[in-house]
Design a protein around this ligand. Sequence first.
Ligand SMILES: Nc1ncnc2c1ncn2[C@@H]1O[C@H](COP(=O)(O)OP(=O)(O)OP(=O)(O)O)[C@@H](O)[C@H]1O
Ligand SMILES: Nc1nc2c(ncn2[C@@H]2O[C@H](COP(=O)(O)O)[C@@H](O)[C@H]2O)c(=O)[nH]1
Length: 211
Amino acid sequence: MQPQQGNLFVVAAPSGAGKSSLVKALLEVDARLKLSISHTTRAPRGQEVHGREYYFVSDAEFDRMVAEGAFLEWAQVHGHRYGTSRLGIEARMAAGEDVVLEIDYQGALQIRRQFPAAVLIFILPPSWDELRARLQRRGEDSADTIELRLHNAAREMAHVDHFDFVIINDIFERALFDLKAITHAQRLRVAAQRRAHPQIFAALGLSDTAI
Ligand SMILES: Nc1ncnc2c1ncn2[C@@H]1O[C@H](COP(=O)(O)OP(=O)(O)OP(=O)(O)O)[C@@H](O)[C@H]1O
Ligand SMILES: Nc1nc2c(ncn2[C@@H]2O[C@H](COP(=O)(O)O)[C@@H](O)[C@H]2O)c(=O)[nH]1
């Protein structure tokens, strides 16, 4: 049997739709999944900690990483740059670990080109009013920043058709259930492709069956 390459899950959403909350809740119940920590030139907000939510870097440091090809993908989002470091992701996947990226649609499309088997998931809010309310209730962004993020949300949502799955994050627990179902289904699909459980296939006389 081939050594197993881990799964790559990409979660994108307009700002405030709830992707960080959903991914955080998923990570709490899914020990096989590892979160990629992005680099950003944005300043930390509130309780954010360097190395936990992001690696907060200067423009010069980000430029250097771009020049060195250190990013698997990077993009300009809401006036700042964000990127996924190549270091770690490829090694983790080669070791069979599942990795989740929380990135914007531009990054998701770059990932799809390099990893055609990546699973792309888009989270939508239930309405514009609720999206605005969530950004306001979060209380982390200025009124101007909220307006910019709402303005950009329309452009981001126009790319929803490029994604494999769409989850409406209305009732949080339902959306989390959907997210869990997608990761579970992907693992079952890969297990079938790899002919996991060879002893059961053999016992059922299916060893030579082409899948
Ligand atoms: N289903 C939900 N119902 C109500 N509030 C929610 C729901 N999901 C998330 N929230 C809240 O909405 C706010 C925005 O969520 P979150 O920070 O996870 O969004 P995000 O998509 O990661 O945004 P960003 O891209 O800006 O980081 C948070 O205050 C969060 O607690
Ligand atoms: N293309 C990438 N987009 C990223 C990455 N990390 C985060 N993001 C996206 O940026 C916005 C804003 O995030 P915020 O933390 O400032 O609210 C959001 O859509 C993120 O998904 C990345 O590495 N690459």
